[in-house]
Design a protein around this ligand. Structure first.
Ligand code: 3H9
Length: 708
């Protein structure tokens, strides 16, 4: 036995405990430890049954994800090595009762299903989340799960990857008993009950595998659903194929089919990208100069200034996390409007079954509307969400400085303005920070946390921790124009506009990027966010533009015409009453006219050029940001784009994608664009350097974390 797995006894019941904190992943030594324990249990005639349980806060959260990179790089040649060990558990001559608390995910659930019985506490969760890592269950999960839960449930769990609560797992047959009180005590008692009786082997339980008549429509619907909702992903379809194999082949052959599909997924670029995303989401929480022990300021109350789309959404985010929040507007009509939108959004969620009317009422109760700053004196944090204009923001912060208590965090939701200048309107710049939410604030996961020159480490640490409580992924960025996300989004959307001016249709530009995997095309995104937002910002910064450099024409002109996007039912597209986009021939005519006036020649443009121009514009700006230190790591940029800008997970983020293409190739293409289009396309020095050294952004991150 290893340190990772302990074998003890409670009289005639053996107890196998896994101790591999923090999540009891199946790292090398854990499966082997379990197998060794089973050997001993089989040999020990005084043992009548066994309990397999996780030490610490959870059962097994799955295979050790770090091992996958080692397998694909060839460093680990033996694989995860789980399959034979699960057969060994199932073949144990004494009943094995698996006791679940926390999470039994992935390989963890696969271990659990190889036991003869499963008991769980009500708070536990089970799941096959492999698909979120671009793979499928690889230790017979696709073969045993349908045998326990039925084909439809197995398909659902292996394709959406979402956790299932123990209560539901009990209902569908994954869990045999829910334990109240102490799990180990309950599991040992259960083991005593079943000892001496024939132990059911999951792999031999074929009763729930269904008939072809039942299964054909399940698989067809699941494939259609996966193609629609998990666009471009191979793992969900592979998982369905593997479960289909379970319904058609004997267990051993089904396992071979699963093994082949698992390997195809594991060695794909998709899985490598999604594993990068898994670790990246955790990496961004680590700020080198803000250590874990930094004191946190308690945030038990908040206030939001501005009840527009962003302010209202931010108030909902706080209410959803159980934090009471004041919502301030300048006049009653605007306040009433803001509240009505919040109510409508909550009511929609209730209608869709996301939560109950009671939950909605509780959340609404946490939002207190106000017309005055007076109530702000006691709040722990204020988030300003007024229009993007420096003068107005400074006025608000001056007011907050006068009214808020010392130590209150004063945050701005600005998407692009200078945090230091905003902070200069206060006498406490150390308390000022940017918290840039993304629209719709109550839905989008990204929170860009903008560090000013004077922002204190306590304020940064608090906002990073708070982001998790608010259900967001907080990424710390520096204070440059547009910060990280919007600074990169500028060149991305600039290229989209240039492409239309050069002859690509609005539809072709959006479709090329949608097909690449973006949640929406760049022009449709502009319409959704409101074209006037960028227009206002451009007006504010016009004096900084380089004379003689080509600027996008169309959006400013569309805004002059009042075509702000969806909110005006017209922008790049027209919108019907259900906000569905309709192509508007007037826009293409106008753009052609504007292009001709500006002397721009129109031509045929391929989808590949559209993707290269837009995505490499992101990459080039990202490289500059990285070099200038406004993002801590390339992975931070990736996470920003994945959680805030609809970049597809399976491409890992713009910087990871560039690595996948190869920086040399990306650099050469950018050089071509530089020759063709000039100024805007000058390659970022860091990109040039890495490309010439044959390195990638991942190497840059590695060197940085090693302190080079
Ligand atoms: C699989 O099982 C394939 C099988 O079919 C077998 C094939 C043969 N491995 O998330 P947290 C780390 S695929 C390695 O902050 P929480 C994590 O990086 C796997 N490391 O905690 C972090 O490290 P750090 C299927 C892991 O409480 C620390 O643990 N399973 C793993 O918010 C704490 O994590 C999954 O996909 C792992 N499996 O959430 C489950 N899991 O502190 C993935 C975590 O250095 N895990 N770490 O940053 C999760 O969903 C969440 O971590 C969990 C806990 C819900 C368990």
């Amino acid at each position: 036995m290893s340190d990772l797995v302990q074998l003890t006894k409670d009289n005639d019941i053996a107890i196998i405990t896994i101790n591999n904190p923090p999540v009891n992943a199946l790292s090398p030594g854990v499966p082997e430890g379990i197998a060794a324990a089973i050997e001993q249990i089989d040999k020990d005639s005084s043992v009548k049954a066994a309990v397999l349980i996780g030490g610490g806060r959870t059962f097994i959260a799955g295979a050790d994800i770090k091992e996958f990179g080692k397998i694909t790089s060839g460093e680990n040649k033996r694989g995860v090595g789980l399959l034979p060990i699960l057969l060994r558990i199932e073949d144990c001559t004494k009943p094995v009762v698996v006791a679940i608390h926390g999470t039994a995910f992935g390989g963890g659930l696969e271990v659990a299903m190889s036991g003869h019985y499963r008991v769980a506490v009500a708070g536990a969760q089970v799941g096959q989340p492999e698909v979120k890592l671009g793979i499928i269950p690889g230790a017979a999960g696709t073969q045993r799960l349908p045998r326990l839960a039925g084909v439809a449930k197995a398909v659902e769990m292996c394709t959406d990857g979402n956790p299932v609560k123990a209560t539901e797992a009990f209902k569908v047959g994954i869990v045999d008993k829910l334990i109240e009180g102490d799990l180990l005590t309950g599991a040992v008692a259960f083991a005593r009950e079943v000892s001496g009786k024939p132990a059911p082997k999951t792999r031999e339980r074929n009763g729930k595998l269904g008939t072809p008549e039942e299964n054909v429509p399940i698989f067809a619907a699941a494939r259609e659903n996966a193609r629609k909702k998990q666009r471009g992903l191979m793992a969900p379809l592979a998982a369905i194929d593997a479960i289909e194999a379970a319904t058609k082949l004997p267990f051993e052959e089904g396992c071979l089919a699963e093994e082949k599909l698992f390997a195809e997924c594991l060695f794909s670029d998709q899985s490598k990208a999604m594993i990068h995303v898994f670790f990246g989401e955790r990496e961004v929480a680590k700020i080198p100069d803000v250590p874990k022990e930094t004191p946190i300021i308690p945030v038990n109350s908040a206030a939001v200034v501005g009840a527009g789309t962003m302010g209202g959404g931010i108030a909902m985010v706080f209410a959803n996390a159980g934090i009471p929040v004041l919502l301030k507007e300048a006049d009653q009509a605007a306040l009433d409007n803001g509240l009505a939108t919040i109510q409508k959004n909550y009511a929609n969620s209730v209608k869709r079954g996301r939560f109950t009317q009671q939950v909605m009422d509780e959340r609404l109760k946490l939002i207190t509307p106000t017309l005055s700053y007076n109530d702000f004196a006691n709040v722990d944090m204020v988030i300003e969400a007024v229009f993007e204009g420096m003068a107005l923001k400074k006025e608000v912060f001056g007011e907050l400085d006068r009214i808020c208590k010392p130590g209150a965090i004063l945050a701005s939701n600005t998407s692009t303005l200078d945090i230091d200048e905003i902070a200069s309107a206060t006498s406490r710049p150390q308390s000022v920070i940017g918290t840039h939410f993304f629209s719709p604030a109550n839905v989008m996961r990204l929170l860009e946390i903008v560090r000013g020159k004077a922002t204190s480490k306590e304020v940064i640490a608090t906002c990073m921790q708070l982001s998790k409580k608010l259900g967001k992924v907080g990424v710390l960025v520096g204070n440059c124009r547009g910060f990280v996300g919007n600074r990169m989004f500028g060149p991305y959307r600039r290229e989209a506009q240039f492409l239309v001016e050069e002859g690509a249709s609005v539809e072709a530009v959006d479709k090329a990027l949608y097909d690449f995997g973006m949640a929406m095309g760049p022009l449709a995104t502009g319409d959704l966010a409101g074209l006037d937002v960028g227009w206002r910002i451009r007006k504010e910064y016009r004096h900084l533009e380089k004379p003689g450099v080509r600027q996008p024409l169309a959006e400013d002109q569309l805004c002059e015409m009042g075509r702000y996007g969806q909110k005006k039912n017209a922008g790049w597209y027209k919108y019907d009453a259900k906000r569905r986009p309709i192509l508007d021939p007037e826009v293409s005519e106008l753009v052609s006219k504007w292009a001709a006036e500006a002397g721009i020649k129109q031509r045929q443009i391929s989808a590949q050029e559209i993707v290269d121009r837009c995505i490499y514009a992101l990459v080039n700006e990202g490289a500059r940001i990285l070099e200038e230190g406004y993002a801590l790591r390339a992975v931070d940029i990736d996470i920003i784009y994945l959680t805030g800008y609809g970049f597809p997970n399976h491409r890992g983020g713009p910087m990871w994608y560039a690595d996948t293409v190869g920086l040399k190739k990306v650099y050469e293409r950018i050089l071509e664009f530089h020759q063709q289009h000039g100024y805007w396309w000058e390659p970022a020095p860091l990109l040039k350097k890495l490309a010439e050294e044959g390195k990638g952004f991942a190497d840059f991150d590695k060197a940085k974390s090693a302190g080079d």
